[in-house]
Design a protein around this ligand. Structure first.
Ligand code: ADP
Ligand code: MG
Length: 314
């Protein structure tokens, strides 16, 4: 099968909201009046982000999900994506499953695939996603203010526990295993939350490298400090050692939850967003003057933390 047949068969769908989609040298897009374009790329590399035998349907889902998560963190409404693929060989069954997983999630979010690139090489999946935000309504990392509350969505550490299970470091009981592996392989991007937080949150980030590492980016960009109450963290209800639990929750990667800050005066608004979206939102601490985070245990003592998150080059 030629490269062009492959693209036509697996990656060409109707793109009614683009002026021009797949098939020319570039796609053509019109941004809605009064909106700015949010653009982000995220790449999944075989051996680094997933195993060679990863389920292709779930991989298609996750390739788009991690990009949607970046749109959520900006308060952007995702509209279009491109997909750059490097494939060791043409495996029809694999491609069919991969594109089914990708397009299923794309359809849920009204995202159109408007282009990409396809080459032979080690398995590598890179999406560039584009979304719209009304001018002035973007959620950025640099807006946290002293006195704001710090929140997280969903629960933390599930994906890291799933990975620890696959690596044979722990043996999760069946219920927890199903839940944690789903969190790892099929994360739910918090797009609706990002949209609901426009005009409410002062800053936001999606948690891809671990809570402390990603919260650290907000603190640094906003030039403030953060106090986190360990006992308030939404921690998985699994019988494993406290040490491992703490590591997964604070520093585990692949959560794709949102961490955001908002004025204390918006506390009730956030609780009502939580109810409307049927998504737990937990206040985990507050923004203070200074820099960096501190974590307090139930007795007010500071916890000592060793690793703060995943870094590719360390
Ligand atoms: P060019 O040679 O100009 O780079 P290509 O031959 O690589 O163009 O691609 C032809 C068309 O197919 C382009 O519109 C490109 O955006 C699209 N395309 C290529 N690979 C993919 C893919 N994996 N998914 C979606 N569209 C793709
Ligand atoms: Mg060209």
């Amino acid at each position: 099968m030629s490269e062009f047949d492959l693209i036509r068969r697996h990656f060409t769908r109707a793109t009614p909201s683009a002026l021009l989609g797949v098939g020319d040298d570039a796609a053509l897009l019109q941004v809605s009046a009064g909106n700015v374009l949010a653009v982000s790329s995220d790449m999944l590399v075989c051996g680094t982000h997933f195993f060679t035998d990863a389920d292709p349907y779930l991989l298609g889902h996750k390739t788009l999900a991690v990009n949607l998560s970046d749109m959520a963190a900006m308060g952007a409404n995702p509209r279009w994506a491109t997909l750059a693929l490097s494939l060791p060989k043409v495996d029809e069954a694999w491609l069919e499953q991969f594109s089914a997983g990708f397009f299923s999630l794309a359809q849920q979010h009204g995202v159109e695939l408007i282009g990409g690139d396809t080459t032979r090489g080690p398995l590598n999946l890179c999406v560039t996603i584009m979304g719209e935000v009304p001018q002035g309504k973007t959620l950025r990392r640099d807006g946290a203010q002293v006195g704001d509350e710090v929140w997280v969505s969903g629960s933390l550490g599930d994906a890291a526990l799933g990975l620890a299970h696959l690596q044979g470091k722990i043996d999760l009981p069946e219920d927890a295993r199903i839940h944690c592996l789903a969190a790892l392989h099929q994360p739910t991007p918090r797009v609706a939350l990002g949209l609901a937080l426009r005009g409410v949150a002062t800053s936001a980030i999606d948690i891809s490298d671990g809570l402390l590492s990603d919260l650290g980016h907000i603190l640094e960009r906003s030039q403030v400090g953060g106090e986190i109450d360990f006992v308030t963290l939404p921690i998985p209800d699994v019988m494993i050692s406290n040490e491992l639990k703490q590591r997964c929750v604070l520093s585990g990667g692949d959560d794709y939850e949102l961490c955001f800050t908002a004025p204390a005066a918006r506390h009730v608004d956030i609780l009502s967003i939580s109810e409307k979206l049927n998504l737990p939102l937990t206040r985990i601490g507050k923004i203070v003057a200074g820099q960096g985070w501190v974590i307090q245990d139930a007795t007010g003592n500071q916890l000592k933390i060793e690793s703060t998150g995943y870094e590719h080059f360390q």
